[in-house]
Design a protein around this ligand. Sequence first.
Ligand code: ARG
Length: 456
Amino acid sequence: MKLWAGRFSKEVDKKTNDFNSSISFDARMFAEDIDGSIAHAKMLAKQNIISADDGEKIVAGLEKIKAEIASGELVVDPNAEDIHTFIEGELTKRIGSAGKRLHTARSRNDQVALDIRMYLKKECDALEKTLKNLVKVLAESARKYHDTVMPGYTHLQRAQPITFGHHLLAYAEMFLRDISRLEDAKERMDVCPIGSCALAGTTYNLDREFEAKLLGFREPCANSLDGVSDRDFCIELASVLSILMMHLSRLSEEIILWCSWEFKFVELDDAFSTGSSIMPQKKNPDIAELVRGKAGRVYGDLMTLLAFMKGLPLAYNKDMQEDKEAIFDAFDTVNVCLSAFIPMIETMSVIDENMKKAAAGGFINATDCADYLVSKGLPFRDAYKATGELVAVCIEQGKTLETLEIEEYKKICDLFEDDVFEKTDLRKCVSERKTYGGPAPENVIEQAKRVLEKIR
Ligand code: ARG
């Protein structure tokens, strides 16, 4: 039976009912829907809009329904129009006329706006915890590899020496920003829409402040039209999640590269990689690839939300029912990605000889060689040119700056002495890069500590 059956003389067409129904995806908000209704009943009773007795019956009935759905004893009817309809119907079936009083001074429009906010606030808290765990794994790993030298890249060309710990901490910074964006979004969505009713508030003497506090919100929303039709928080969260997925995808991409035989900087644990059905030698970084792929899916959710909201007149329109599948999918996708990604990173082993080999082969100490000449009094531009010529000689002779004879150095610039080899030693190059924010091992230790403090 429909809540709105009074005005209609026929049952709704079955296919239309299925099309119209949101139960398949809003049933997951049953606990929030019930908690919202319990607060509403308490407020109605406190304001003498319903009797204390009816209020108590409603609360007890709803508690029971919540426990039964949670345990599986009560199955949500897949033919119901939505979770709000189902729960109110079930309550009325059980407690009779008191149940019929619950929807006084309320509409499904403010009810659904409330449920999504409550549901998403919980999702934000859970995700924040998970992200902190990811940051912790990265910072601890950074500490472990604080002096593991690797090439840093620009244009995916070997550029200057860094430490693997420093590279990992760059990602820790990104995820820290994701956490702070999540907290910001949560703060802004912390207003309670219930009491907006269908769109225009109500003539009943509600205590919206009381109900908002009971439900853990900072305050009631200030405009009833906005209360029922605002979905900014879904869009904002989807955009936070999109940025997060972009970060995960970049790290995934690097892991995929690092796992290739061309790099072989890391090896994934067998438990977090997969094989090929035909090529026996293969060990594939499928998890990282899937995470990279799923970033596109979360961007799609963001686009869905932005697109269906853009032309909607105030206040509620049924188009808004599309919000839930998109934002739930975005959270589900991020959660499932992180559940595989974090242990993959945690168990990944690092092949430091290969990092070192790559660092030694790419002239990544050329800037340091130029800086050496600068320390001997040459202007940087001249030092840069001389070092460029040196690199050309090395390439011609199949050598590196480390293996080229000092005589060859002197042919290009007589300021070169034997101590150039010490100054351009990769370890030295990296340990001297101790400007704040730089890759020196001692900095990495400091920064890892700072990061770990931030997530405490
Ligand atoms: N299932 C609807 C949604 O998700 C609930 C609100 C329905 N309100 C209405 N007047 N039809 O948006």
